[in-house]
Design a protein around this ligand. Sequence first.
Ligand code: AMP
Ligand code: MG
Length: 496
Amino acid sequence: MIAAGANIDTLPFGHAFGALAPVFYTRLQPTPLPHPYLVGASADAAALVGIDPAAFDTREFIEAFTGNQLPAAAQPLSAVYSGHQFGNWAGQLGDGRAILLGDLPAPSTASPHLLEVQLKGAGPTPYSRMGDGRAVLRSSIREFLCSEAMAALGIPTSRALCVTGSDQFIMRETPETSAVATRMAPSFIRFGSFEHWFYNDRPAELKLLADHVIDRFYPALRETDNPYAALLTEVARRTAHTIAQWQAVGFMHGVMNTDNMSILGLTLDYGPFGFMEAFDARHICNHTDQQGRYSYAMQPQIGHWNCFALGQALLPLIGEVEAAQAALADYQPQYNARFGALMHAKLGLSTVQADDATLIDAMFAILQASHVDFTLFFRRLGRLRQADPGADAPLRDLFIDRAAFDAWAVQYRGRLQQEGSVDAVRELAMQATNPKYVLRNYLAQVAIEKAQNKDFTEIATLLAVLQKPFDEQPEHEHYAALPPDWASDLEVSCSS
Ligand code: AMP
Ligand code: MG
């Protein structure tokens, strides 16, 4: 741990990824941004790597995490990877605007107790292709808030330390100011990192990368007969579980390309993501995704598809097709088991019964028919009283088709009685699993618009609310409200 008030310049960066052969990355320096200022910072994320929040407002911190004056031990580099984008092989991509500084000790995180620190938007790299290597303030704030919100929801994710901004304009659909988001994860290696070496027919590099990942993050797999097949099994399992968690909170990633899929099963590369509001299984949160490849309902299947792409890339190491197939065959059962368990928890059910799927399917059908707000539904469902249907009013009011709700509620009450559910006990359990506060698009938008006018207070307030998503926080009740009418015009696309 670093002592309170410690020097950012002496952060003890290590370089496990940088110790790989130079073919895996390019060493480079970030491109400075003029007169950066702090937009937001997460004390929770900082604590993971022993940074004292008292440092947030210092010039040293701001210059370091904008990429203007790096800590002495940083050894900046950008990694190469490839990927499938929207189902098509896209060839080489790589860190087009992300620069890794190294890894910091993070004692409270899983083994190897290290977090890599990346600057996103700190200037062009050899992998920028047509891009400028920059990120706009808007998308940086969204990534920052959502990373921390997802962590607080207990969903595997990269973390966000801070966002700094500059008045330097960059061109998107309209000119916008630029920002740098500093994010942290045990590793930023993606499925596409493996595909890169497979499609370039470089088995030696493929093996080096797989060995690096196994030795650092999955050392127990070394004891198995086929560690590479075991790696695929484990990654497929983690991916299935993470996506089950997305589905359970209504999170939609928006761009589940294989270059955005973490080899650790983390939620990675926040772009045009969204949280489900008015429920529609076909909802597409990315305006650019016209086909709906990455719609809510498609996410679990796409996760499977992506694991296939990874399996294809690992095949030269796995050896037998059957072993790869077996690993992939496990995805769906893993997903179903996790999603089922999460749905049971969301409904406050403590036993498993034969026809639970019927109850859950019927629930999704009425949510779909009435386009009910996903978060509010589960939160209010926790308040249901078995013997007092009159108390259902706030829940029932969410439905256009009240009769459909009433019919389902009869089924649900029957199911609760069957297992001898105790209202107060169930309510407590449900409020601990069904968040009251999620990052609704309009909440992010309000914070972004204020930040664009140099008022960063809303980012701090919203962050604090989202860090306790299950708490009632009555003083912040309005952050749990249905989106206002203007929110329906919000469009989020890949442009960031
Ligand atoms: P994404 O799907 O948004 O994660 O990005 C896909 C690829 O485009 C990655 O290789 C990114 O690094 C790259 N990219 C996105 N935006 C930019 C940008 N403004 N400058 C350079 N590269 C970018
Ligand atoms: Mg990406």
